[in-house]
Design a protein around this ligand. Structure first.
Ligand code: ZN
Length: 302
């Protein structure tokens, strides 16, 4: 019952510090810290802020679908000068601690062109809204090139003292992302026709950017358990298409993935869509996408 007035105190403090015009005088103090909730987005933010301040990466289970927060992290979110996150649709567990006026939500960026989630209806009891959107937006470099324009403007408006720095960093990052995307497009063009299977449906944006064949999907982007009917359909597709591999995520492969490879003999390749294995820093995003491309090459190269 005391949490609400406390939160308002934090917000009042945040407003007064921000009105002085700097996000960067002390990155630890509540009220001017920039907190990022998803690891790959942390990389983009750190690159934009390089030379001004170091953002904080929210600590939790590394999966943004999971929103179990330590109390200290919840306080950090509530007291942040700015929270960069996917938005309430995608991180509902965080919505109650994030103050909208101190947040930058990807889902609200106008020209990101979010894709509908595929396989909204594979759960045993259809409990998923099939019109819901796929949250794995960061796997589109093209969309992140558009995103950083809005994000740099937002940082600059909250911290005018560093506005020129944010815009310089944005220009350099834009060039970097353009080069990266061009090199990945050339690498992926050789692999575009090869069928594959994914455990978790995380790569739709990446496939879209580079014209890869849409995969057979074991689990939807919502992580809900799948029906026997869906799995029967998966086995039929696999028999027809002879996929090159099953992409699984870093960490223990799930039971469903193990059963699938046992049944079909399709080999497993590990990918890291959340950049779990890449240390946080201003180059994290580029390294994460290079890793994804390498995983696709390992999977799809004959
Ligand atoms: Zn996911």
């Amino acid at each position: 019952m005391y949490s609400i007035p406390f939160r308002h105190l934090f917000i009042a403090a945040a407003v007064s510090i921000l009105s002085l015009g700097s996000l960067s005088c002390d990155t630890r103090a509540p009220g001017n810290e920039v907190v990022v909730t998803v690891r790959p987005l942390y990389g983009l933010t750190a690159a934009l802020m390089e030379g001004a301040a170091t953002p904080h990466l929210l600590e939790r289970g590394t999966d943004p679908h999971q929103t179990v927060l330590r109390p200290s992290e919840a306080r950090r979110l509530a007291g942040a000068g700015l929270v960069i996150w996917l938005g309430p649709e995608f991180e509902p567990g965080l919505a109650k601690v994030i103050e909208p006026s101190h947040s930058f939500a990807l889902a609200q960026v106008p020209d990101l062109d979010l894709l509908p989630a595929r396989l909204g209806d594979v759960a045993p009891k259809p409990q998923v809204d099939t019109r819901s959107l796929d949250p794995h937006i960061w796997l589109s470099i093209e969309r992140m090139r558009r995103l950083i324009i809005h994000l740099a403007d937002d940082l600059a408006s909250r911290d005018p003292a560093h506005a020129a720095l944010y815009q310089r960093n944005r220009a350099a990052l834009e060039r970097d992302l353009a080069d990266l995307s061009q090199s990945l497009a050339a690498r992926m063009a050789l692999l575009a026709q090869t069928p594959f299977v994914v455990h978790h449906d995380a790569y739709q944006y990446f496939e879209n950017d580079y014209g890869l064949t849409p995969p057979t999907v074991l689990e939807g982007s919502d992580h809900l358990p799948v029906s026997a009917r869906h799995m029967a359909e998966v086995y039929r597709e696999v028999e027809k298409a002879s996929p090159a591999c099953l992409l699984v995520e870093t960490g223990q492969p799930g039971k469903l993935a193990l059963k699938f490879t046992g049944d079909t003999g399709v080999r497993m390749v590990v990918a890291d869509p959340l950049a779990r294995d890449i240390p946080p820093g201003p180059d994290l995003y580029q390294a994460a996408l290079e890793n994804i491309a390498s995983a696709f090459e390992t999977c799809l190269k004959p």
